[in-house]
Design a protein around this ligand. Structure first.
Ligand code: UDP
Ligand code: MG
Length: 164
């Protein structure tokens, strides 16, 4: 099975991470709950202090930004781990971004994760892949080893995914 599933299908996958500030603040369960309650399927989960190399590769598109060094330090300094996850389901990449809310919490709608729990862009507690290509890259980076993603069938599937 492709690492990010099949784009647009029920098997689409996204990379979601609770950043160290979300872990410090005890918001891991609340963030997981939103994805569980929406009916998405958890196919990968681990707590990890990423290496500098991993964080730099994860945020490679931001390398030239003035906040890049601080961002990488915040993700990697070990004051708390990152809780890295892969969630699977219909349109989960785009829906995950909507559930997380805008990058700047002051632009994030109330009820989104960032709009409910955060105030500043540098401590916005959660990450979600922004496209299928990003999901493929990020899942590969964080869950590259064989066996880290679990293919399983949810007994709830017929109640969540049937159209009639
Ligand atoms: N970030 C920051 N300052 C900024 C913009 C971004 O510290 O001015 C951090 C923030 O943690 C953000 C991350 O860099 O979540 C990645 O930025 P991106 O634009 O990809 O936002 P995201 O995809 O997380 O919404
Ligand atoms: Mg991004």
């Amino acid at each position: 099975k492709p690492i990010a599933g099949v784009k647009g299908s029920f098997s689409e996958r996204t990379f979601i991470a609770v950043k160290p500030d979300g872990v410090q603040r005890g918001l891991v369960a609340k963030i997981i709950s939103r994805f569980e309650e929406r009916g998405y399927k958890l196919v990968g989960l681990k707590a990890v202090v990423p290496s500098k190399e991993l964080a730099e590769e994860h945020y490679a598109d931001l390398k030239s930004k003035p906040f890049f060094g601080g961002l990488v330090d915040y993700m990697t300094n070990g004051k708390a781990p990152v809780v890295a996850m892969v969630w699977e389901g219909k349109d989960v990449i785009r829906q995950g971004r909507v559930m997380i809310g805008a990058t700047n919490p002051l632009d994030a709608a109330p009820g989104t994760i960032r709009g409910q729990y955060t105030q500043v862009v540098g401590r916005n507690i959660v990450h979600g892949s922004d496209s299928f290509e990003s999901a493929e890259k990020e899942i590969g980076l964080w869950f590259g080893k064989a066996g880290e993603l679990i293919d399983w069938t949810s007994a709830n599937e017929q109640w969540i995914l049937s159209d009639n």
